[in-house]
Write a new protein. Structure first.
Length: 309
């Protein structure tokens, strides 16, 4: 709520002051963390043995989410100098000075530790170790490599694809075809998604000295072609669950349709790399995954497996 200040006979609106709770929440990148929870819960549901309740799967998703939230907070602590330079991030809690570095690191440690320890105690050590490795890769490898190499996109896609696999490990106590299939989908999906973001904010990235493809000399045109290539690869990758017998025709048809919609958005961006086409690709990417995950759960063969095993 805005604070109103009386000045003479006028009421001047003053910008709302974020609370500490709001700032801590922002450190977790809540939209990303919520998506991580949903992806991990889906993986948990697909790996769960017969009789496993919904709350158990959601609990696994919540613990994976805590780990991801901790990774996001660590990331912002390490990148506070970069965030201070970039237009879209300079008002985040750390560069704006509303949260200290020490408090952010403590908060990140508590969140990440709670997620990893919770997975070990409530589920199994394998899932906990995988979550810990994912956190380490995101914080200690992906975060610093953005300053030095465009390979950061590939490195970052690995922890980004891990949530459903960790969720699957939590309930199945082992890796399985569904866990790896969803990992592959998320891994490839991230490239057009991130390239669209990087193109939209290429000037910010260049100002901060980050090695993002669109921010490099001659990289703007290459970005569109790279996005199209990965969207094209995603079509057969998304069909893997049906090809190997995990899902049926309902999922296959939906995955094919969604894949071509994503591909069309990427093709438009590759044909004419401009702000409008980049935004269309970004919005399409954000709609693609929830729709695909819903189609997994609505598939007749998947439902039969979930309720009969």
């Amino acid at each position: 709520m805005s604070i109103l200040k009386l000045r003479g006979t006028e009421l001047d609106a003053v910008e709302p002051v974020p609370s500490l709770a709001a700032d801590l929440l922002e450190l977790t990148k809540p939209r990303i963390s919520v998506f991580v929870a949903l992806a991990a819960a889906l993986g948990a549901a697909l790996g769960a043995p017969q009789g496993t309740g919904v709350w158990t799967c959601l609990g696994a998703g919540a613990l994976v989410m805590l780990t991801a939230a901790g990774a996001c907070a660590f990331n912002q602590a390490l990148e506070r100098d970069i965030d201070r330079v970039m237009e879209r991030t300079r008002e985040r809690p750390l560069p704006a000075g509303r949260v200290s570095v020490g408090a952010a690191i403590l908060f990140a440690t508590l969140l990440g530790g709670a997620g990893v320890v919770g997975l070990a105690l409530a589920f199994n050590l394998l899932a906990a170790l995988c979550a810990l490795a994912t956190l380490f890769l995101y914080v200690a490898v992906y975060t610093p490599i953005k300053r030095y190499s465009t390979l950061n996109t590939v490195v970052g896609a690995l922890p980004g694809a891990a949530p459903p696999l960790i969720g699957y490990l939590a309930t199945a106590d082992a890796t399985g075809a569904w866990g790896w299939a969803l990992f592959a989908v998320l891994f490839v999906w991230q490239f057009p998604h991130f390239l669209a973001i990087a193109w939209l904010y290429r000037q910010d990235y260049a100002r901060a000295g980050l090695k993002m493809l669109p921010a490099l000399p001659g990289g703007e045109g290459v970005t569109g072609r790279a996005a199209f290539f990965h969207a094209l690869v995603l079509v057969p990758v998304s069909l893997l669950p049906s090809v190997i017998g995990l899902a049926g025709a309902t999922y296959a048809g939906a995955a094919l349709a969604l894949g071509f919609v994503y591909l069309a958005a990427a093709a438009r961006f590759a044909w004419r790399s401009e702000r409008a086409s980049a935004r269309v690709l970004l919005v399409t990417s954000l709609l693609y995954l929830p729709a695909l995950f819903t189609c997994v759960l609505l598939d007749d063969q998947v439902q039969a497996q979930l309720f009969t095993r």
